[in-house]
Design a protein around this ligand. Sequence first.
Ligand SMILES: Nc1ncnc2c1ncn2[C@@H]1O[C@H](COP(=O)(O)OP(=O)(O)OP(=O)(O)O)[C@@H](O)[C@H]1O
Ligand SMILES: [Mg+2]
Length: 278
Amino acid sequence: MGLEQVMIETEVQVKPEKKTVEPVESRVVIQLEHIHKIYQTGDIEVHALRGVSLNVHEGEFVAIMGTSGSGKSTMMNIIGCLDRPTRGRYILDGEDVSELSKDDRADIRNKRIGFVFQGFNLLSRTSALENCELPMIYAGIPAHERTERAMEALHSVGLQGREYNHPNQLSGGQQQRVAVARALVNRPSIILADEPTGNLDSRTSVEVMEIFQRLNREKKMTIVVVTHEPDIAQYSKRVVVFKDGKIKRDYQVQDRLDAREQLEAMAAQPQEEDDDDE
Ligand SMILES: Nc1ncnc2c1ncn2[C@@H]1O[C@H](COP(=O)(O)OP(=O)(O)OP(=O)(O)O)[C@@H](O)[C@H]1O
Ligand SMILES: [Mg+2]
């Protein structure tokens, strides 16, 4: 108990904080009500979520934090309609999706949600462009429009000129930007990212946060990002901390960081810090 407590206290250093004040003017897009998730593997039951209730409004930018095994990915998978709660209700954009079949969930996911994972999850033998076109094939978008939209998405994340590169010809940061572009092509209103910067160095992480902040600001996209890093959470507007399958804290970020400003400041400085990850 002692060690775990210390880990949690040291992990959560996004400061200063105050009580959650939700923006009143916008509508709720993600509504979790008393969500429980129990995984059953053989005789063993794991109670991964223990009564999670959470409202996320349109245009919010939420960072999910908490120790390993606290239920963050489980909740993201439910929000992203990749999985269903064992108990409780999930209302997405006003529609109860807790009981939907796998196919219906896939449909909703494809239209409304863009998912970005830590490991990028790109197809290795296809180009950046083709990777971005894939979700649109499932969505039944005609070929010429697929290419047009994929190009546009790749350009919006700064990857013009890289459209025909395969993932192994791109850096980690560029691969993650392809994954972000791919998440955007079906024009979702929600972006979910599970440790999107977990495999990236600090500068590249800020580049990814810059894209998220831009999408949040300019397109009013709702963004939910899981991160272990307090520095990364400082780019969000609100932090939700998990512990043992429950929400332990929920607060608005004060002194939020602006990723573009941070990148400009980094560019003005000689780069030494980032050289150590080569
Ligand atoms: N598919 C599964 N089958 C059985 N147990 C699972 C499954 N997925 C997750 N769990 C268990 O549920 C609990 C919560 O896991 P989850 O992946 O949500 O944690 P997390 O907060 O995302 O952790 P991390 O920071 O390590 O990614 C853990 O005890 C985990 O072992
Ligand atoms: Mg996880």
